[in-house]
Design a protein around this ligand. Structure first.
Ligand code: UTP
Length: 288
């Protein structure tokens, strides 16, 4: 089995980013000069996957508009001789074969994934949460696909977190298989630190077998009336193996202002055009 399609979920309310998310979808917030969703699509493409399903919500039209061709802008840039920008804009329209499905109400991550069931069509698929931005040498999805090639079953990405943070993550009960690779024996959403089976927290990258859709359909709504993916994966575990990869890379939770700002600074400092001047400005600002 090969992975040839990816689902990117982008239908949430983004309440932690209010008030800006009243009119700008969280996934369209910029990281330097590209919206978050573009990093997710690029990670998919760089991992060798050409078909993308974006789960979006009513009122988030700017998401779909962003990847569609823009003949007017293109002829403007052509006229002005802005060749590089023209190339960048044209590349966006050709990046991947992107389809959109609408989640009418934000009933949870599990529900959002279920909305993509028909578009995925009975094949294993990759799932990305675009507010988890991961800076890595090899795209994290690519790292996970290598594991999938070996095990041909569900794979999730995990990160070692501090003991105090277990209440913010899905936490796995791991059995180490090899360096940074674990078989998942159990899965608990947001346990108290003293009840957590490990410090390995689940982050927003998965490779899932189509059986996950039945598991989601059989999952009752949990906290806040939302259908949680973690609960569905707990059910799936009774039928199929799940492996967890402690990936190589640095993750930013750009779904919160703090995480978004940290990502902004790290990406900008590494940017060849902005980095030097920004560092000097920050040194002045902090009087280092
Ligand atoms: P989050 O819980 O981080 O996003 O979901 P949110 O619900 O938009 O944010 P807050 O909690 O209100 O601040 C992770 C990802 O899952 C998507 C979100 O768009 C985000 O990319 N999601 C979440 C959906 O697509 N549908 C949902 O019902 C819930």
């Amino acid at each position: 089995m090969k992975i040839d399609r990816a689902v990117i979920v982008a239908a949430g309310r983004g309440t932690r980013f209010l008030p800006v998310t009243r009119s700008i979808p969280k996934e369209m917030l910029p990281l330097v000069n590209k919206p978050l969703i573009q990093y997710a699509v690029e990670e998919v493409v760089e991992s060798g996957i050409g078909r993308v399903v974006i789960v979006t919500a009513p009122g988030k039209q700017s998401l779909a508009g962003y990847f569609s061709p823009s003949p007017e802008l293109e002829s403007f840039l052509k006229e002005k001789g802005k060749v590089e920008l023209l190339g960048e804009v044209q590349r966006l329209g050709r990046l991947a074969d992107i389809r959109y499905v609408i989640q009418e109400e934000p009933l949870g991550l599990g529900h959002a994934v279920l909305t993509a069931c028909d578009a995925v069509g009975g094949e294993p698929f990759a799932l990305l949460l675009p507010d988890d931005i991961i800076d890595s040498r090899v795209p994290v999805l690519g790292q996970m696909m290598d594991v999938f090639d070996r095990y041909q079953t569900n794979i999730m990405a995990v990160e070692r977190i501090s003991q105090e943070e277990t209440g913010k993550y899905g936490i796995i009960n791991p059995r180490e298989v090899s360096h940074h690779l674990y078989q998942v024996l159990g899965l608990v959403e947001k346990p108290e630190p003293r009840e957590a089976a490990s410090r390995l927290g689940v982050v927003g990258r998965y490779i899932l077998m189509p059986a996950v859709f039945d598991a989601i359909a059989a999952t009752s709504p949990g906290t806040g009336g939302e259908v949680q993916l973690t609960d569905a994966l707990g059910l799936l575990l009774a039928k199929q193996d799940i492996y967890a990869l402690e990936f190589e890379g640095v993750r930013y939770d750009t779904g919160t202002p703090q995480g978004w700002l940290e990502a902004q600074l790290s990406f900008a400092l590494k940017n060849p055009e902005l980095g030097r001047a920004l560092r000097q400005y920050m040194e002045r600002l902090l009087q280092i």
